[in-house]
Write a protein that binds this ligand. Structure first.
Ligand code: GLU
Length: 347
């Protein structure tokens, strides 16, 4: 049937069906029921508060000094409800979790192809700061692409943020992160200095990315701004609100601000699912189904689209570089609350 032949009645019926489908979709995209969330957070908190394996990152000297006993859990639902347990006052540096939000910024400014056609959106299968991954990504070697969540791709992504001066670029990045968190964030200057003094490997990666044309100009600035973005200071509630903004189609559920375009969010989540937890990204997805991102500061965020964002901070890391407690607590809580987006119930 061509559209021209539709009767008025058919049009009304179609519109009603579409409205109905919309309502159905909204019903599916729901925050978890309040009852149960507090219990899930408490159960996970208690279960893992005893001694755990792992140790603080120490290749950035300031991170070795962070209190390993910090343990905070926060969950922010898409309806704006905030649930917390444990230490949500203490702040750590955001580290690699920042890469998610700089990726989001560049996609917002230049569209998803700007990243997909240059840096790539595939897992490298190598360490987060691998130089071999940069070499393998060259056409002649035919290896996998990179992505914006490993250091070479992340430094290149930072270099793509628009701004006439370093200060413009920086203010734009920090303002964007702050909109996700719902409060003005700031840099931990001690961590920034410590990493800037010891990040010769990242400086080399920045230069290599410039040599290969991924970074168009000023690689030193790109690495420096990248290092500063990794030093932004956050607590568990900040991180959970940032994750919840991604869970809520780019709209911060606490402040109500639309921080990024709804259509760009799935691109960001796809890269998180592919490469968010270093070399254990596949294992993490298998356990939880959640796009996530960890940082060597001890935080992990995870996103249950249409339901909630969750974050845990606990500095001791496993061999892959992921917080031991955070992985366990998030997996338990999400699985208890039905957070896995792949786990549909049969009708
Ligand atoms: N600033 C850290 C680095 O570049 C971030 C690493 C991470 O959290 O994975 O080494």
């Amino acid at each position: 049937m061509t559209p021209r032949r539709l009767s008025k009645l058919t049009v009304v019926a179609l519109v009603m069906a579409l409205v109905g489908a919309g309502a159905g979709a909204t019903a599916l995209a729901q925050a978890p029921a309040k009852t149960g969330v507090d219990a899930a957070l408490k159960a996970a908190y208690d279960k893992y508060k005893g001694p755990q394996e792992g140790k603080n990152a120490d290749y950035i000297p300031a991170l070795a000094k962070v209190d390993p006993n910090i343990y905070g859990i926060a969950l922010v639902a898409v309806d704006g409800s905030v649930y917390t347990m444990g230490d949500i006052k203490s702040e750590v540096s955001i580290q690699s979790i920042s890469k998610v939000f700089t990726l989001a910024k560049v996609i917002e400014e230049q569209g998803p192809d700007a990243i997909a056609r240059t840096i790539g959106v595939d897992a490298t299968g190598m360490r987060f700061n691998s130089i071999v991954a940069v070499e393998m990504a060259q056409k002649a070697l035919g290896g996998p692409e990179m992505n914006s969540l490993v250091n070479p791709g992340a430094i290149a992504t930072t270099s793509m943020v628009k701004g006439a001066t370093r200060a413009d670029v920086w203010n734009s990045i920090l303002g964007f992160y702050s909109d996700f968190a719902g409060r003005p964030l700031a840099v931990n200057q001690e961590v920034f200095k410590s990493e800037a003094d010891t990040n010769q490997r990242n400086q080399a990666i920045g230069m290599l990315m410039y040599a290969y044309g991924y970074i168009k100009a000023n690689p030193q600035q790109a690495t420096d701004v990248y290092t500063e973005q990794c030093s932004v200071s956050v607590n568990a509630k900040d991180l959970a609100t940032m994750a919840a903004t991604l869970a809520n189609g780019g709209k911060n559920p606490v402040t109500g601000k639309q921080v990024m375009k709804v259509e760009n969010v799935p691109r960001v989540l796809a890269v998180m699912a592919t490469a968010g937890l270093y070399d254990d990204s596949g294992k993490w997805l298998y356990r939880t189904g959640l796009p996530g991102k960890s940082g060597v500061g001890g935080g992990i965020i995870a996103v249950s689209p249409g339901k909630f964002g969750i974050a845990v901070i606990s500095p001791p890391l496993d061999e892959a570089g992921n917080s031991v407690r955070a992985q366990k607590a998030i997996a338990d809580i999400s699985n208890t609350l039905g957070g896995n987006p792949y786990a549909a119930k049969p009708r």
